[in-house]
Write a protein that binds this ligand. Structure first.
Ligand SMILES: Cc1ncc(COP(=O)(O)O)c(C=O)c1O
Length: 384
């Protein structure tokens, strides 16, 4: 997978030795720039925009997010609790499969509870009440994904109820339809999806209150077609009479954070190999899962590459081959770009690899604050 992010922004001037390694550093000014773009889309289009916590749930900046957006969308009980405790606005909870033990609390916390299938909806109908809006995630069965693993519309998908099976009885008690089909995509795939989907769901518009177009919209990327999105949402709202929600995650924190690491050792094995205190498998699992190659701050285009990989025992714990902007020797610092979303939320302590600390920087004021650091008890306490 090719990442289309990787603008260093103000990090180009950040001294990587200001924090211990490894560390995530998030730039509040960059975050606010993204949020201002999203707020502008919201204001011009009349859509409601929720922050997808699965991508970025650095709750230290929840008050900042709450200044700009309408609320958050969560992936289940634990994210919903974070939402309730730290964020303002609406809470939309969607989970591919709810557990009975979580249902009462999810209903109490959420404004929207979105089910993945009519069977989950009917199973938990007794938990629902008038204070919560029920949504159904549908699968438009129209694939736009560039990578099957990230395409909820690939054949046999477990995500969303196939729209071809949707019948009027499935919408009893349902006030909104949700679909999420995109990943780091432009406006056109959303439009094509809507055009495919509309004939299937148009008969139900009169009985619904809202539509949720999920996430995956790369709205804050410089070349995203924002005016087209605004016009499209206005049209959908006037044509259907329904509220429209978007729930981007990545777009909120796009290019707003880096992950700083340090070289621990360098040796030759056909090429130069560098062991670092950043691990792909522990700190940036998408590098292996997607897979993708994260952009490096100041990476040189010419010179001898060093194959960087983590300190874990996993042979495949490789980040990629990079020509470092500094001499490749132990102690050298480097940073991967665009790491605020989907990296911080996915870290783990496999092999007892320490977790990166989390820092908030403001590139406008240069204020720098350690939000959280982890000692070995974080590792111990996940085990028994
Ligand atoms: C249901 C749902 N909503 C929103 C999102 C956020 O997507 P993104 O971070 O790509 O904008 C996702 C991502 O997987 C999702 O599954």
């Amino acid at each position: 997978m090719e990442t289309r992010a990787g603008d260093p922004g103000a990090f180009a001037h950040f001294d990587l030795h200001r924090v211990p390694s490894p560390a995530f550093v998030v730039d509040e000014a960059a975050l606010r720039r993204n949020l201002a773009i999203l707020a502008d889309i919201k204001n011009r289009s009349g859509a409601k925009i929720l922050c997808a916590m699965k991508a970025f749930s650095m709750w230290k900046v929840a008050p900042v997010i709450s200044e700009y957006l309408d609320g958050v969308c969560s992936s289940g009980l634990w994210e919903s609790r974070l939402a309730r405790d730290y964020y303002k606005g609406e809470i939309a909870t969607y989970c591919a499969g709810y557990k009975e033990t979580d249902m009462a609390e999810i209903v109490e916390i959420s404004d929207h509870v979105i089910f993945n299938s009519p069977s989950q909806h009917s199973r938990f109908a007794s938990f629902l009440n008038d204070s919560v809006d029920v949504g159904l995630r549908i699968n438009p069965e129209h694939a736009e994904g560039e990578v099957a693993k990230y395409d909820p519309c690939s054949p046999g998908s477990r995500l969303g109820f196939p729209v071809s099976q949707l019948k009027v009885e499935h919408l009893e008690g349902v006030s909104g339809l949700h679909f999420h089909t995109l990943c780091e995509q432009d406006f056109e795939p959303l439009k094509r999806t809507w055009e495919m989907l509309k004939p299937h769901i148009a008969p139900f518009f009169g009985q619904l209150s809202w539509l949720n177009f999920g996430g995956g919209h790369h709205i804050t990327r410089a070349d995203y077609q924002r005016d087209e999105l605004v016009n499209f949402i206005q049209e959908v709202r006037s044509e259907t009479g329904l509220d429209v929600y978007l729930e981007p995650g990545e777009a909120i924190a796009l290019d707003a954070g880096i992950l700083i690491g340090e070289l621990l050792d360098v040796f030759e094995n056909d090429l130069q190999v560098g062991i670092t205190d950043i691990s792909a498998t522990c700190h940036m699992p998408d590098v292996i899962e997607a897979p993708y190659r994260p952009a490096m701050l100041g990476e040189r285009s010419e010179g001898s590459p060093v194959r960087l990989g983590g300190p874990s025992c996993l042979a495949g714990d490789i980040i990629g081959d990079y020509v470092l902007p500094v001499a490749a020797e132990p102690g050298a610092r480097f940073a991967f770009l665009d790491q605020a979303h989907y990296s911080m939320v996915k870290t783990n302590t496999f092999n007892g690899v320490p977790l990166p600390s989390i820092w908030l920087w403001n590139s406008d004021t240069d204020a720098l604050e350690c939000v959280r650091s982890f000692d070995w008890t974080a590792f111990r306490d996940r085990l028994s």
